[in-house]
Ligand binder design. Structure first.
Ligand code: PMT
Length: 228
């Protein structure tokens, strides 16, 4: 736990890659831009930043401690290792929910007209971290194409988060790889802050502002609880 006004913020960014064989993988269009903008906003506010990122062509913000990963299992290990020392976790990474049950040692040749893949669930990283939380603030994203607010509210509650960003990834010009996001913030106490279409830089600053407020609120609550 970092003492004083400045915080240690752990941010995940980008996509994970789940390899089928040495040359093929399952992934998604996340570029890491959203996570990098969150990290940039945290650095600009004077906080310490650890950034766990999947493969990306983007340059991470100078000043962040960068941990590069490839698969969901590697991201999970990196987040679990860094989490105890942080004050805030912001999970903006697009973590693959599934990985191939078997990873071929050699390139699969296209001799068969069809190929059947068996997939198995990856760990839900933010839920695993939530079970180990000791006062840290947990912020997630809900990437949705419909029922945005209801789905985000459900994830907020199921994963035990302090705040979640309902994030429209189906609209034109927003979401994966876009400059903008169409977002709303939902809080554990039921409050909701619709943001509409904003730049990811603006959304990054908003998330850090909210994280600072949530840390203060948690610490004030802990002080009240301790008062004899
Ligand atoms: O990187 P960009 O190109 O800028 O795109 C940004 C983004 C669209 C990827 C980003 O803004 C975003 O929406 N990230 C969340 C994507 C996602 O996985 O959403 P979800 O609803 O599937 O997951 C819910 C939450 O659980 C997320 O905080 C996610 O990081 C986390 N998660 C998901 C799966 C998993 N196995 N473990 C997790 O911790």
């Amino acid at each position: 736990m970092t003492v004083g006004a400045k915080l240690h913020i752990l941010v995940s960014a980008g996509a994970t890659r789940e390899y089928i064989d040495p040359v093929r993988f399952i992934s998604n269009p996340s570029t890491g831009k959203m996570g990098f903008e969150i990290a940039r906003a945290a650095l600009a506010a004077g906080h310490q930043v650890t950034l766990v990122t999947g493969p990306t062509h983007l340059k991470p913000p100078v000043g962040a401690a960068v941990i590069s990963i490839v698969s969901a299992l590697e991201m999970r290990d990196a987040i679990l290792e860094a989490f105890p020392a942080c004050d805030v976790l912001v999970m903006s990474a697009a973590v693959s929910d599934y990985r191939p049950s078997k990873r071929a040692h050699h390139k699969i040749h296209k001799s068969n007209p069809s190929l059947t893949l068996e997939l198995q669930l990856n760990p839900d990283i933010i839920r695993e971290v939530q079970r180990k939380a000791k006062g840290q603030v947990l912020i997630g994203f809900a990437a949705e194409t419909e029922e945005h607010m209801a789905s985000a509210r459900q994830k907020l509650e199921n994963k035990g988060l302090d705040m979640i960003i309902a994030n429209d990834v189906g609209g034109k010009g927003v979401g994966f790889a876009a400059e903008h996001a169409n977002a709303a913030a939902l809080f554990r106490d039921g409050a909701e802050k619709p943001l509409g279409v904003v730049t990811k830089a603006r959304l990054g600053r908003f998330i850090i502002e909210q994280a600072e407020m949530l840390v203060e609120r948690k610490r004030a609550g802990a002080r009240r609880a301790w008062r004899p």
